[in-house]
Design a protein around this ligand. Structure first.
Ligand code: MN
Length: 255
């Protein structure tokens, strides 16, 4: 397969390299188009008011079957540059491996997931891969699982505009405990906004928070990852509330 990769942690991040090398070891060719520096939590931002540059990275020349470019743009810019300019015939776009989880409604903020979604919007099958826990983990299982899944997704029976969100525990491949096909769970944080006082006596704010997983529903990505399993969520790009749309709960405000 000809695989396009991007991420939101930057072109030199170990996560993207772990997966790129796992894909090459299985006989695939990888082209990386990734942000030049850390761009986490920028969601689906794109750059409209300044030039986008593509920089080839010759320092990675010794990496067999991996071509590397960086861009000054966002993760979604990189997905566009990759799909439309660098590798128009890509069989799949993979974004990641992100250094922390992208579960539940947090996927809305994620640059990793947005870049994959941009690929799907442009008509390429796409997958986002993240570590289900923070910390200096082992990319082995995430890389091996998602390389195998990418091969399955390269299936002519599967529609092209699809997006798969994968979260895998930060452990070696031999620690694998299985996977679940899940739905997005609910995001709950405590102490989201911290207010402090700067040395000049003025208040400032820091967005932070402690994640409290909602584990009530077995069906969710939260529950699967909390059980140490890999979570795979097929995601939609249609945010329409179909239930409300069909419930005729409003009358004509103009009548
Ligand atoms: Mn990130």
């Amino acid at each position: 397969m000809n695989i396009l990769m991007t991420n939101d942690d930057g072109v030199h991040d170990p996560g993207i390299w772990a997966l790129a090398r796992a894909l090459v070891a299985r006989g695939h060719a990888v082209t990386i188009v990734a942000p030049e520096s850390q761009r986490s939590a920028v969601s689906h931002a794109i750059t409209l008011h300044k030039p986008l540059r593509l920089t080839p990275h010759f320092e990675y020349e010794s990496e067999k079957n991996i071509s590397v470019y960086s861009s000054n743009g966002t993760p979604s810019d990189c997905a566009m540059l990759g799909v439309l300019e660098v590798l128009p015939g890509a069989d799949i776009l993979i974004s990641g491996i992100n250094g922390g989880p992208n579960l539940g409604e947090d996927t809305i903020y994620s640059g990793t997931v947005a870049a994959a979604m941009e690929g799907a919007l442009l008509g390429v099958r796409a997958m986002a891969v993240s570590m289900s826990e923070y910390g200096m983990g082992d990319y082995g299982l995430a890389a091996s699982f998602s390389a195998g899944l990418a091969e399955q997704l390269n299936n002519p029976e599967l529609p092209k505009r699809t997006l798969w969100n994968v979260n895998a525990p930060p452990v070696a491949a031999d620690q694998y405990k299985g996977f679940r096909i899940t739905r997005l769970g609910t995001r709950k944080y405590t102490d989201i906004l911290q207010k402090r006082i700067d040395p000049r006596g003025r208040p400032y704010y820091w967005i932070t928070g402690q994640l409290v997983r909602d584990l009530d529903d077995e069906d969710t990505d939260n529950a699967a990852t909390a059980a140490g399993m890999v979570s795979v969520t097929p995601m939609l790009m249609d945010l329409t509330n179909h239930e409300l749309k069909n419930s005729l709960c409003i009358t004509d405000p103009m009548s």
